[in-house]
Write a protein that binds this ligand. Structure first.
Ligand SMILES: CC(C)=CCC/C(C)=C/CC/C(C)=C/CC/C(C)=C/[C@@H]1[C@@H](COP(=O)(O)OP(=O)(O)O)[C@]1(C)CC/C=C(\C)CC/C=C(\C)CCC=C(C)C
Ligand SMILES: [Mn+2]
Length: 384
């Protein structure tokens, strides 16, 4: 498919800018296609996020602004999907079905989490998941070799279209419906694209501040996208700002865990998502990562990294308790399941250079009732 084809010349276009995939559509190709099937648009640069790389708790301004905009939107729409949408129901049903299939195929843990949600919320999360996955796939997927800054600029233009009610394809249409039903802000979506730009420019992180910024862009943003879907408990006495921060921390914890699980895999792509100054503090360097030898120094270094990832999960926990009661169980489940990957790195005696830590299905299923008990905890039982 031609990377430059546009609305006007796209043969797949049906009425109202919908694009249906051709008959030989497959789930996998739909994801990979994102890298090439992007309409050419004149892109407008957005201002960079206010995040500073110096000093970690610098998401405050950003969160403040998002909370302010969110509360304006809540006045207009409510959190219950009450704003109308103009797509034919059958079309949307199929669009969401495709999102669901992709989520089930690519992200078993998240998919399991969505099984515990109300229908409206699960559909919204599938649509967001698919957009995030396609965005990541631009950088990491089979078409990543075609990636250039103009591809990301056009993907961003396509995001504007989604928020302006002009979806380009069926998967985008699901997200367009979601952003019309829930008070979602475009900023975290834009920031995720910025994270992908960063990933193409950079493959080393001098210190944790730099790594944190990357983690915010690619994962903290998912927390910001999810809270308006999950909803905050009406009886919560914590500020929205605190809860949004906790959501960012869950994303950070998840991404740090991803990084620690995938050190060996990332190294084979020439990437080291570990703070260089901290490696040095333990007498380690890239050379040790590439040699794939698990030494005592490596184990000690990993213990520190795991401790930090757990810290972010702990910070997220107070926020999880403040979510709407119908959303607490899936969030607790995904939090606990992700955290268990860290246990698994420990159980592999810190060998994340030649082994990939995972959590087995039985363990996953056994976690659900425990998460359910945590989810019963009332927001008022947590000290602000
Ligand atoms: C107050 C409070 C605690 C609220 C909860 C908020 C909440 C639900 C937060 C969710 C945070 C979350 C799930 C973050 C995902 C982080 C993540 C895994 C990011 C991945 C980035 C790139 O990593 P990498 O390339 O190293 O990884 P791969 O090897 O390619 O996998 C991402 C791939 C970015 C794209 C993110 C996704 C595809 C995941 C999106 C997930 C959802 C929308 C599901 C959230 C739903 C539930 C039930 C948790
Ligand atoms: Mn990826």
């Amino acid at each position: 498919m031609d990377a430059t084809f546009c609305y006007a010349t796209n043969p797949c276009i049906k009425a109202r800018n919908y694009v249906f995939f051709s008959k030989n559509y497959t789930k996998t190709s739909a994801i990979a296609e994102a890298a090439i099937a992007i309409p050419k648009r004149r892109s407008k640069r957005i201002p960079q996020t206010e995040l500073s790389v110096h000093g970690i708790p610098s998401t405050d301004l950003l969160v403040q602004e998002i909370v302010r905009r969110q509360s304006q939107k809540n006045n207009l729409t409510g959190l219950d999907g009450s704003r109308g949408c103009s797509y034919p129901p059958m079309f949307l049903e199929e669009a969401y079905e495709r999102c669901r299939d992709i989520c089930a195929e690519y992200a078993k843990t998240f998919y399991l989490g969505t099984m515990l949600m109300t229908e409206e919320r699960q559909k919204a999360i599938w649509a967001i998941y698919v957009w995030c996955r396609r965005t990541d796939e631009l950088v990491d997927g089979p078409n990543a070799v075609h990636l250039s800054s103009s591809v990301l600029d056009r993907w961003e233009g396509r995001l504007d279209d989604i928020f302006n009610g002009r979806p380009y394809d069926m998967l985008d249409a699901a997200l367009t419906d979601t952003v019309q039903k829930f008070p979602l802000d475009i900023k975290p979506f834009k920031d995720m694209i910025e994270g992908m730009r960063m990933d193409t420019r950079k493959n080393r992180y001098a210190n944790f501040e730099e790594l944190y910024l990357y983690c915010y862009y690619v994962a903290g943003t998912v927390g910001l996208m999810s809270v308006p879907i999950m909803g905050i408990a009406p009886e919560s006495s914590l500020s929205s700002q605190t809860i949004y921060n906790a959501a960012i921390y869950l994303g950070i914890g998840n991404q740090l865990t991803n990084i620690l699980r995938d050190v060996g895999e990332d190294a084979s792509r020439g990437r080291v998502y570990l703070p260089q100054n901290e490696l040095a503090k333990f007498g380690l360097s890239d050379k040790d990562v590439f040699s794939r030898k698990v030494t005592d120094r490596w184990r000690e270094f990993m213990k520190e990294q795991i401790r930090r990832a757990r810290y972010y999960f702990d910070q997220a926990e107070n926020g999880a308790t403040q979510l709407h009661k119908a959303s607490r169980w899936p969030v607790w489940s995904s939090l606990m399941l992700y955290k268990m990957i860290l246990d698994s790195v420990e159980n592999n005696d810190y060998d994340n250079l030649t082994k990939k830590a995972y959590v087995g299905r039985t363990k996953k299923l056994m976690t659900l009732p425990v998460a359910y008990t945590r989810a019963l905890m009332n927001p008022s039982t947590v000290c602000p």
